[in-house]
Write a new protein. Structure first.
Length: 171
C-alpha cells in the first residue's frame, strides 16, 4: 500500500473518532504497521495482549527497547536476543503476543481506550496537537507508549508525510 492510499484509508476513520488529532492516529498507525505492510491482522498499532485482553492473539517476532539487560516475559512470549545499544539502552528481539482484532474499527476503538487510561492523563490535554501529544506519551511521566529511543523524531517525520497527503487530498 502506498503512503497516500494508507492515509486515505485510515485518516477518515480516525477523524470520525474526533477525540484525538487524526494526524496523530494515522501517523501512529502508519509507523507501527509500516504503512499497513506489517500490520498484525487488523492490529495497526502493535498493541500487545496485556493482562486484560480476552480476544484472539497472534505470537509475533518484534523489537523492544529497555533500560536493562534482564527483562523477561511469561511464556509463550520470550526473549530471543539482547543487544547493548549504549548506557542503559538494550535492544531486544522478542516473541510477543499481540491482539488480533476482527476489524480496523475495533482496533481504532481499542487504541483510543488505551490512550484514555489514567497512565496517559498528563498527555490527554494535548490530544488535539499531534506533535505535543506524541512527546507527552513518551516523556517518562505516567505510562510510556513506545520503547523506541527515536520514537518522537520518527513520528515527526511521519506527521509531515500524513499532513502532505491530507492537504493534497483535502481529506
Amino acid at each position: 500500500m502506498r503512503v497516500s492510499e494508507f492515509v486515505k484509508w485510515i485518516y477518515p476513520q480516525a477523524k470520525k473518532m474526533g477525540e484525538i488529532d487524526p494526524v496523530f492516529v494515522t501517523a501512529q498507525a502508519a509507523l507501527e504497521s509500516g504503512w499497513g505492510k506489517s500490520a498484525i491482522g487488523n492490529n495497526l498499532f502493535g498493541i500487545t495482549k496485556g493482562s486484560t485482553w480476552k480476544g484472539a492473539v497472534q505470537l509475533v517476532n518484534t523489537t523492544e527497547y529497555f533500560s536493562r539487560p534482564d527483562v523477561t516475559f511469561k511464556a509463550p512470549e520470550k526473549v530471543m536476543s539482547v543487544t547493548k545499544m549504549g548506557v542503559k539502552r538494550y535492544k531486544y528481539a522478542v516473541k510477543r503476543l499481540f491482539r488480533d482484532y476482527d476489524t480496523v474499527a475495533d482496533c481504532l476503538t481499542d487504541h483510543l481506550a488505551i490512550l484514555k487510561k489514567p497512565g496517559y492523563a498528563d498527555a490527554w490535554p494535548y490530544r488535539k496537537d499531534a506533535r505535543q501529544y506524541v512527546r507527552k506519551i513518551v516523556d517518562g511521566i505516567g505510562s510510556k507508549y513506545a520503547t523506541s529511543p527515536d520514537y518522537v523524531q520518527t513520528m515527526d517525520k511521519v506527521f509531515v508525510m500524513v499532513e502532505n497527503v491530507v492537504l493534497s487530498e483535502r481529506l
